[in-house]
Design a protein around this ligand. Structure first.
Ligand SMILES: *Cc1c(COP(=O)(O)O)cnc(C)c1O
Length: 354
């Protein structure tokens, strides 16, 4: 820390992204990226946009907005675009939380929520998941706080039903409820259709996972026009050009190729089911994940140990040292070939150490 760093950041602990090692070639099952390349339409559109990089991009993202509006049957003023969905989450913390309105989220969830709150000096409360890692919705009734819920949740992959989210919305009419749908395309149910019914609902999504564009950084928020206007006020007060021209064009290409995304999500769901079956034969128990990852724990070997041994053998998974989940590893569901190598490597480890 330099002697110039504002002391308001004394206690700031930055988010730790999953490893992106370059020193050797790993089977990468640690950051929930897609194993599939972007849509060919996205790649062509980005290459075309590269020819005009001397110009600023459209800060209103009009063409991209029109595409998304059509695909979800919503209006342009119900959409805000951001640099990955982390960016819209950051804006939501800035816009809807303060000393009088704390943030509330589960104790086990996306680690960035806590970092956003701390970086912005926002008080927050973490509500423990139940022993089976499910959310008890009654714990979120009458919170008088801005609520952040990943649906499906991370790193458990467990979804809430739409009806359950509606109950949370109905019992918090004085607060914004943010539903982070980073993983919804892999088997969850989106609550975007509820935005007209609940003016306190903000839904966030990303192009990083199901849409194979993690490297391009594209995310968005959907909600009541007034909520969206608030987020745009902050966006235009910080970085109106947060969506660069190549990313914007790639996003348009991806939305024009919905069948490609849909097919990939189907393959991931199939690979998830096959891998879970194999894992259970190897002595693992798992949550009922509807995301593009599996959250698994072995009946004898620890999470940290498995993470290390897999890494030594060229397979990267994610391990969290947080107490309640330290026995688990989170495995991104990749291609069929990747999952075969993962399972083979894992059986070798079990043979050696059991
Ligand atoms: C990956 C992820 C995000 C955001 O990813 P971006 O790449 O910034 O869009 C948000 N929430 C959850 C729960 C995630 O796992």
């Amino acid at each position: 820390m330099s002697r110039f760093f504002s002391e308001k950041y004394n206690f700031l602990k930055p988010y730790t992204p999953g490893e992106q090692p370059k020193e050797k070639k790993y089977i990468k099952l640690n950051t929930n990226e897609s194993p599939f390349p972007p849509s060919p339409l996205a790649m062509e559109a980005a290459a075309e946009a590269a020819k005009k990089l001397q110009l600023y991009p459209d800060p209103d993202c009009r063409e991209l907005t029109a595409k998304l509006a059509t695909s979800y049957g919503i209006n342009a003023n119900e959409i805000v675009w951001t640099n990955g969905s982390d960016d819209v989450l950051n804006f939501a913390f800035m816009a809807f939380c303060d000393q009088k309105k704390k943030a509330v989220f589960p104790d086990i969830t996306y680690g960035f929520y806590k970092v956003f709150a701390e970086a912005l000096g926002i008080p927050y409360e973490q509500i423990p998941l139940q022993d089976d890692f499910t959310i008890r919705i009654e714990d979120y009734f009458h919170c008088h706080a801005t609520i952040f819920i990943a649906n499906p949740n991370a790193p458990t992959g467990i979804p809430l039903k739409i009806g359950e989210i509606e109950e949370i919305l109905k019992h918090n009419t004085d607060s914004v409820v943010v539903i982070d749908e980073a993983y919804v395309d892999f088997g969850g149910e989106s609550c975007i259709p509820l935005i007209r019914k609940y003016d306190n609902l903000l839904v966030t999504q990303t192009f990083s996972k199901s849409r194979s564009m993690a490297g391009a950084r594209l995310g968005f928020g959907v909600g009541n026009p007034q909520l969206i206007a608030d987020l745009n006020t902050l966006r235009y007060s910080t970085n109106p050009y947060n969506i660069n021209a190549m990313t914007m064009s790639a996003g348009i290409g991806t939305l024009s190729d919905a069948a490609y995304t849909e097919k990939n999500c189907k393959v991931i769901a199939e690979n998830r089911a096959l891998t879970m079956e194999a894992l259970s034969e190897l002595g693992f128990s798992m949550t009922d994940s509807k995301a593009n990852f599996i959250f698994a724990r072995h009946n004898t070997l620890g999470g940290e140990f498995l993470y290390q041994k897999l890494k030594e053998r060229g397979v990267l998974v994610r391990h969290f040292s947080q107490e309640r989940i330290s026995d688990y590893i989170r495995i991104t569901v990749g291609s069929k070939e990747e999952m075969e190598v993962f399972l083979k490597t894992l059986s070798n480890i079990l043979e050696e150490f059991l």
